[in-house]
Design a binder for this molecule. Sequence first.
Ligand code: NCD
Length: 338
Amino acid sequence: MQLTGSHILSISQFDRDTIERVFTVADSMTPYAARRRVTRVLEGAILGNMFFEPSTRTRVSFGCAFNLLGGEVRETTGFESSAIAKGESLYDTARVLSGYSDVICMRHPQEGSVAEFAEASRVPVINGGDGANEHPSQALLDLYTIRSELAGRGRGVDGMRIAMIGDLKYGRTVHSLAKLLLLYQDIQLILVSPKELAMPEEIVERLRMRGHDVKVTDELTESIQKVDIVYSTRIQEERFQSKDEADLYRGRFRLNQAIYTQYCEPNTVIMHPLPRDSRADANELDNDLNQNPNLAIFRQTDNGVLVRMALFALVLDVADQVDKYARDVRWYNASRNG
Ligand code: NCD
């Protein structure tokens, strides 16, 4: 797959070689993300960061990643503050915004909207989440994290065992991650959700056709006993007809330290795309896990910057020049990596 100048709309665009390339470039971004070095390789470039749904990490980490490469970020957040609120089409918005930017990241509540926008865009567009459909950069950072967590345990992605838990119907992160696992071998997947919120049948079928061992269940404690990764997700309340409907499922699958100790193998990695819903009636990942060294959620968010830096560097074809435009940092920065 050619990344230079390409839109990144679906994880299905990727092959294994391209994933390796992204991860190698992501590794090379560590000194910049850790503020040991500064690079100006994207000096003069502008990222149009357009988020029409709530977002903290994805929006800010795309923005930081671009800043860390020396580029500038222009943000549009929410429909109210955009001309879409005046009836402007995605086509017109894309024609206009792509005249102001070198690359665009976009999140939008409708499935397929980012692809529609990309068709009219004159610059590469990266999908930051389109409705319940896909979230490709999250899948990449999740796999990057899985790989590094498992490497520390003497295991690899091929042959791994993962339980995906929660809202697998509307959760776009699990859709993209499951599709990404089609590139790997002999994966055991346990898909844990209420029956009404099961992983789309089409994805389950593709996983089975690939030869993966897929179990679909609504039982939590059985499912987390023999896995390398527990990947918990939030009930995607905003995709339900009403809050009452979402309430039916909230809090159904909770992981806390006591359950972890009782059921999980030692060193089972705990992941979540975040935000975790920390309200008392939800609490899918309890705060009492915060001291558990296997809780990888903040390593995921840190890795998100590395992976997004790699995507920008590759799409804008500067991956080989990052070090050429670099220098050491001048300010105090010792505490971040503790
Ligand atoms: C996820 C999303 O927006 O799909 N968040 C994220 O980008 N890390 C998951 C969620 O909102 O539950």
